[in-house]
Write a protein that binds this ligand. Structure first.
Ligand SMILES: O=C([O-])CC(=O)C(=O)O
Ligand SMILES: [Mg+2]
Length: 534
């Protein structure tokens, strides 16, 4: 029991348990409460010199005592999130081979073609309800990190439990290792993935098909979250599976939902109604197109004709403004190719289109330059600036830059956390426009209803629910998202809405509860030690 992190209570095993379980002598004599254990551990975390050391320390705690790990994380969520999630998780992936100790989750590799079923059979828990899977091709804005991408499914599932109370035993992180085209990483001595170029084409597709089919057999109730795949595979896999199994893509749909919520809230400050907003995206990948599509459907819901709604969304990609005359556009960008002369730069596009909001989803830092921000401030009393690329080092601009170049008038949000900024005597609190506000609650709702599908309607409802929880106090500070300290309430509210949709659309497989809110609350895991005496 001491060696099983899911059962271990450490010094919290009681006198009676120590006697009954044969633990006497194997632990220091003093029996501690969980609170006393926390008091001992927390300074240990805080005293580590760097965020990555803190990450490793927390992983170590998880590896020996899962319950205490979640108690600590849940009680200090705002402090722990930047360590276990963006930005530090990005560094943890980059350094995966060097900080690796105990393995976690499942690796399915290109060599497993034909035996994926056997690999899944090795997972010790049968009631898996939530899987986050990556193939490591586009880890945050850091690019191809191959098998090192495993840090991301682990981090996301940590938030499922910490932010929404999904039972950790029902969570399974998976990395599909098909090689990596990051040759420097591949050749490094600490790399632990397959040392081969990325598998692509029919062999990749066949492996993914085999994986999804084997999953359905092994875990028939599971919800499968795709995370940090390359653009092409992300769109293709979502299209292939979204109407056949319970699945979603967090980078496309989760990011869209949190951003839509941010725009609803920003409208309360800027005075421009959401349906009248003109948006300019930098980056036309998963996040950009996902946001565009959800924004368009939300505008249509408010009575804007489809073509007009699409015409409100403009994209700049690495080749410039996405316009009709271009012949190099991937299919997912084509609905947003409008009639307009070509423009090479974001600045030109801002000057010409005068958008209400610029939304950075490019993975390229420093692209919201001072002139771009100043132009936004010239065209808008309250320019909306969302620098959503992760981790912090990839943000299109910093919070300080956003406020400094707009006379403090920017309504700013970022994907990774920024500390409050004081500009000319006024303190602005940036909101964190991260899908972490969305996916944990969506997953919990799906689990409670035992939903057979995850739908766009659920992400639209999640956005409205999140926006409704933003208070006037939040807005007064400049924050267009609720405080992270309320994320469990947010997740619970989102889960309730999502579960309702599942029942109303005939997608729920669980019996309908008397009270949805109670059912959701009852499903939420609490990190308290069980008694092992019976
Ligand atoms: O992980 C995050 O912080 C948000 C996200 O999905 C990404 O950047 O890919
Ligand atoms: Mg992601």
């Amino acid at each position: 029991m001491l060696n099983d992190p899911e059962l271990n209570k450490g010094t919290a095993f009681t006198e009676a348990e120590r006697t009954a379980l044969g633990l006497r002598g194997l632990l220091p004599p003093r029996v501690m409460t969980q609170d006393e254990q926390l008091e001992r551990i927390l300074p240990g975390v805080r005293s580590r010199p760097t965020p990555l050391d803190q990450y490793s320390y927390l992983v170590g705690l998880h590896d020996r005592n899962v319950t205490l790990f979640y108690r600590l994380v849940m009680d200090h969520l705002e402090e722990m999130m930047p360590i276990l999630y963006t930005p530090t998780v990005g560094q943890a992936c980059q350094e995966f081979g060097r900080i690796f100790r105990r393995s976690r989750g499942l690796f399915v590799t290109a060599d497993d073609a034909g035996r994926v079923r056997d690999v899944l059979a090795n997972w010790p828990h049968n009631d898996v309800r939530m899987i986050v899977v990556t193939d490591g091709e586009r880890i945050l804005g850091l690019g191809d990190l191959g098998a090192n991408g495993m840090g991301i499914p682990i981090g996301k599932l940590t938030l499922y439990t910490a932010c929404a109370g999904v039972d950790p035993r029902q969570c399974l992180p998976i990395t599909i290792d098909v090689g990596t085209d990051n040759t420097q990483l591949r050749e490094s001595s600490s790399y632990m993935g397959l040392r081969q170029p990325r598998l692509r084409g029919p062999a990749y597709d066949a492996l993914l098909d085999e994986f999804v089919e084997a999953l359905q057999e092994r875990f028939p109730q599971v919800c499968l979250q795709f995370e940090d795949f390359g653009n092409h595979n992300a769109f293709t896999l979502l299209e292939k599976w979204r109407d056949r199994i319970c699945t979603f893509n967090d980078d496309i749909q989760g990011t869209a939902s949190v951003t839509l919520a941010g725009l609803y809230s920003a409208a309360r400050i800027s005075g421009t109604a959401f349906k009248d907003m003109r948006l300019l995206f930098l980056g036309a990948g998963e996040a950009g197109i996902g946001i565009g599509d959800l924004v368009v459907s939300a505008m249509v819901e408010e009575g804007v004709p489809l073509e007009e709604a699409r015409a409100r969304c403009w994209f700049v990609d690495s080749k410039g403004l996405v316009v009709k005359s271009r012949t190099d556009l991937a299919s997912h960008k084509q609905p947003y190719a409008h009639d307009h002369p070509p423009m090479a730069t974001l600045l030109e596009a801002v000057e010409s289109l005068k958008p209400h909001a610029i939304i950075g989803v490019s993975g390229t830092p420093g692209t919201f330059t001072a002139p771009v921000l100043a132009a936004m401030a010239r065209h808008n009393a309250r320019p909306i600036v969302m620098a959503l690329s992760n981790p912090t080092s990839k943000a299109e601009c910093t919070a300080r830059e956003a406020y400094a170049s707009t006379d403090g008038r920017a309504i700013f949000a970022s994907g990774s956390p920024f500390a409050p900024v004081t500009h000319k005597g006024r303190t602005h609190v940036p909101g964190q426009g991260n899908n972490a506000y969305i996916f944990p609650g969506v997953g919990l709702g799906v689990i409670v209803a035992d939903a057979s599908r995850v739908t766009d309607e659920m992400f639209a409802a999640a956005a409205r629910t999140l926006a409704n929880m933003v208070t006037e106090d939040d807005l007064a500070m400049g924050r267009i998202f609720p405080s992270l300290s309320r994320i469990r309430d947010v997740s619970r509210a989102i889960a309730t809405e999502v579960a309702w949709i599942a029942y109303n659309r005939g997608l729920a497989r669980a019996p309908k509860p008397e009270s949805m809110d109670d059912a959701v609350a009852a499903a939420m895991y609490e990190p308290v030690y069980p008694s092992f005496l019976n």
